[in-house]
Design a protein around this ligand. Structure first.
Ligand code: NAP
Length: 279
């Protein structure tokens, strides 16, 4: 099977490393020639070029570009493909991509591997990034079952644990567990640097330790990715932020009114529930 990857960055490059190691013929396309050359040097791909025409003989293509370039990439490649070729993407938001992607190419199935690091670009590609990571397929009514099985087989072969969901429920779930945490974490850092005098900020910085490191990690990472989440999952993220704001107001109220048992109940519940999110 010949597999194409469009966008040889962290996700596309890491996918290429694993697939090449498994013996697949991997054909990469990226925007910059220098990226293609690094991908060839690092054995991320078997062949790489900046020209989409190289994808002509592929059986399955992963679109791994930033979200805003996923649909334009599909538009650019389809004239080179046979109708049997399957296209999938790895975008972190599915609703806006899957319906239009399927209109552009009948053999399209959306996927989202829940794996990543704080780094970007082909240099950051690493082996085994997807090992034990959840990966969601987001079929719609007319998605081909064969395409789904083929895509699931490849993700599984590099260690992913597969789930299926509608694009809409996927976007709601990732808003809660991925996009909302980025905004909360960013707001934590933002609030701490705007919390009064320079002396207070400086002391806070000197005292910050493991708790701050854990809670600030996702808010101090990839700026473009955070912005993309807000732009492309705007509706679901806003709903989560508003619901979060209401719950935060209740916590404030409990502290103001010294309702310590209510606060204790909340903290007991969250302590019990946290492991269910980290299985
Ligand atoms: P990245 O490291 O910045 O890689 C994206 C690569 O795409 C860049 O290296 C760039 O290559 C290439 N590119 C950009 N525009 C292109 C175009 N029009 N045609 C061809 N190649 C193009 O980003 P990433 O973190 O891998 O994210 C890629 C996708 O994965 C996004 O859709 C994101 O939502 C999804 N995703 C990310 C994560 C994560 O944690 N990072 C997790 C799951 C899913 P050049 O160097 O050639 O310009």
């Amino acid at each position: 099977m010949k597999i194409g990857i469009v966008g040889l960055g962290l996700i596309g490059g890491s996918l290429g490393l694993d697939l090449t190691r498994l013996g697949y013929h991997v054909i990469g396309v990226s925007r910059q020639l220098s990226t293609c050359n690094i991908a060839l040097e690092r054995n991320i791909v078997t062949q790489a070029e900046v020209d989409f025409a190289i994808l002509e003989q592929t059986d399955l293509i992963f679109i791994c570009t930033p979200i805003e370039s996923i649909l334009p990439s599909i538009e650019n490649i389809i004239k080179y493909l046979s109708p049997q070729t399957i296209i999938t993407d790895v975008g972190s938001v599915k609703g806006s991509i899957v319906h239009q992607g399927t209109q552009l190419w009948q053999n399209f199935v959306g996927s989202h591997p829940m794996a990543g690091t704080a780094n970007q670009g082909v240099e950051s590609a690493e082996f085994d990034l997807f090992k034990n990571a959840p990966c969601v397929l987001t079929p719609i009514r007319n998605t081909s079952l064969t395409a789904m099985e083929t895509v699931a087989k490849i993700w599984t072969s590099i260690g992913c644990k597969m789930y299926n969901s509608t694009p809409e429920i996927h976007d709601r779930a990732v808003a809660w567990i991925s996009h909302l945490p980025v905004m909360i974490s960013a707001n934590l850092i933002y609030s701490c640097i705007n919390n009064g005098s320079q002396e207070l900020v400086k002391l806070s910085q000197n005292l910050a330790s493991s708790g701050f490191r854990d809670t600030s990690r996702v808010g101090g990472g990839n700026v473009e990715l955070g912005l993309m989440m807000a732009q492309y999952n705007r509706y679901e993220l806003l709903n989560c932020l508003k619901e979060y704001q209401q719950n935060l107001s209740k916590i404030i109220e409990n502290i103001e009114q010294e309702k310590w048992t209510v606060l204790e109940d909340i903290l007991t519940k969250t302590k019990e529930e946290r492991p269910n999110f980290l299985k």
